[in-house]
Design a binder for this molecule. Structure first.
Ligand code: GLP
Length: 240
């Protein structure tokens, strides 16, 4: 596990974007595993800037996202499908047919998980972007999720509902469930890059990097992956 500590969020975002862009340049047909949340927004802005200034092409790139809220359609402004369109896809001229997220409004949620798992079997992420929940979750794999898990229906924990409520009008509007890639789907990526910022993540960063590998802190399993880079600002790294 390689840890890069940056001065602030801006530097973290630049560094992470550089790493992702170099994957795209080396392999214009690559598969990007993508994440949502406030952590990767700056990274995505740097990718858009690079696309506009240097012409890095996403024409043949395909993407698989980690997760989606249950019950929100792709045009709901809190859905992760909407987030991805607004924060990345529309700025890099990617073919939307090559972008994939679990569908949170599917009638049969288990069938949707099965569909997504089958898709992931054909799309190994060349690089998987991750954020980190303050309780150590990755994707929406909450504490207790087994290492062998694949895409599944998740009951969100109270702490995640509370963390994510800042983006909704009220906590009552936050969906209680999500569909998320499992730990096994994440670990299949050839490389993983995590962006983490802020003091509220410091405890989880410490556990992930220095603690024992335990399902109680899902991100700690990244210690078992051969090619992980954590890019974190100095606040998030303050307990290392
Ligand atoms: C959500 C997402 C995660 C993300 C986490 C942290 O729960 N499902 O993928 O990593 O939030 O979000 P933020 O970066 O906004 O702190």
């Amino acid at each position: 596990m390689k840890v890069i500590i940056t001065e602030n969020y801006e530097e973290m975002s630049k560094k992470a974007a550089e790493i992702i862009i170099s994957v795209v340049k080396n392999n214009p047909n690559c598969v990007l595993g993508l994440a949502t949340g406030s952590s990767p927004i700056g990274t995505y802005q740097n990718m858009i800037k690079d696309h506009k200034e240097n012409g890095t092409s996403y024409k043949n790139v395909s993407t698989v996202n980690l997760d989606e809220y249950v019950g929100l359609t792709a045009d709901h402004n809190q859905s992760y499908a909407y987030f991805m369109r607004e924060n990345l896809f529309k700025g890099i001229e990617i073919d939307m047919n090559n972008t994939n997220l679990p569908c949170g409004s599917a009638k049969d949620l288990q069938a949707e998980c099965d569909r997504y798992n089958a898709l992931l079997e054909t799309k190994t992420q060349d690089i998987q972007v991750l954020g980190l929940g303050s309780n150590g979750h990755i994707g929406f794999n909450e504490p207790g999720t087994p290492l062998s898990s694949v895409t599944h229906i998740v009951d969100l924990t109270e702490s995640t509902i509370k963390d994510n409520s800042r983006l909704f009008n009220s906590i009552d509007e936050v969906p209680r469930q999500a569909l998320s890639m499992g730990i096994k789907n994440i670990m299949q990526a050839k490389s993983i890059i995590m962006v983490v910022s802020g003091k509220n993540k410091a405890e989880a960063v410490k556990g992930m990097v220095k603690g024992e590998i335990t399902v109680d802190l899902p991100a700690s399993v990244l210690q078992l992956h051969p090619n992980v880079t954590i890019v974190c600002d100095k606040d998030a790294a303050s307990l290392l």
